[in-house]
Design a protein around this ligand. Sequence first.
Ligand code: AMP
Length: 409
Amino acid sequence: MTFQDFNFDQKLNEGLDSMGYEKPTPIQQQAVPVILQNKDVIACAQTGTGKTAAYILPVINKMIHADHRHLNTLVIAPTRELAQQIDQQIEGFAYFTGISSIPVYGGGDGATWDVQKRALEQGADIVVATPGRLIALLAAGTTVFDHLQHLILDEADRMLDMGFYDDIIKIVNYLPKQRQTLLFSATMPPKIRALANKILNQPEEINIAIAKPAAGIRQEAFVVYDAQKEKLLSHILKTYTWNSIILFASTKETVKKLDSAFRRSNIPAKAFHSDLEQTEREQILRAFKNKQVNIIIGTDVLSRGIDVEGISMVINWDVPPDPEDYVHRIGRTARAETTGTAITFVNEKDQKRFSGIETLIGSEIPKLPLPEFLGEGPVYNPQVKRKSDFNGRKKRFRKNRNPNAKRSS
Ligand code: AMP
């Protein structure tokens, strides 16, 4: 199958050509024809599968011949980074079509608010928004969605994890009932089904993603004590071949701690977390994409959506709390059918979680011996119950009782 089979408008095909797209990915092959038929869609597809193009290309194609004077399409995404990336992709595809898009997200200063507000007032064809900022703009009466034709929810599972359910429903209440709704999610837990029942109309279901890492990723693990991790990391930096690395940690406190440790050792790395100003975050990502910075340390905010090519290695300083986050984290490497290495540090308390990841991906990840100079690590025995397992369960229970709890990362 080629893109020609979709019979897209020539202007859109030119955009695809200029972006170097030759062949549709499986999610695009399945979703594009259904979306072109104006049907609602619920699609299970992860970042890296080409899901953004899968929903936006048919929407742009429909818009080319439509009346442009009104806001036509709303894309809602969980984070500003993802919103920006979607907006950039749209700009690329729509370059020859005259269709415009604007990103709307929180953070930044009053000037950003004014720019976004003005852009909305002047009108755009597509708005790519994070829920919080969009609600604020809607409340300010700036945005009129009376003629909206397409609503797209991207990474819907992530948005619900972040506590955006009520915001999404609130936004949907501002939209015309007669519209096409497309819901994309990396996973399909019952809460996503419930949301879909509420806002989709007889959707066609498309299921591409089974939570499996790309074949080009070599996965390895080291079973270590926390006290051994820093030395192990330096050893890996010295002995493995790599050109750029993302080092993931589960909390921003750990990210900051690692940042200080890297500074002490004069290793040029940059930390990326939600305490940074938006402009700083953008600068860091730009420097990383341009290869001026070779190591970036971040939380799971970085694990979704961030699209940087040529990352040769992902290191998990700890095991992510959610097994699916593991797949997202390591999916930052080996993109576009290249190869990469993903290394995970597994301390005693993370062993059970790690074995949950192995169950999810359906294969065992090799546990490599520690370099001799580090001495022995803990024994790998994920079946042992630890006190922290019970604490974790209690915490999860408390979190689940408050559906509005926003996840900080
Ligand atoms: P996504 O899953 O939307 O985050 O896309 C992952 C990456 O794949 C992005 O860099 C896209 O630009 C790229 N991509 C998506 N579809 C195609 C395609 N058909 N051919 C080449 N690259 C693609």
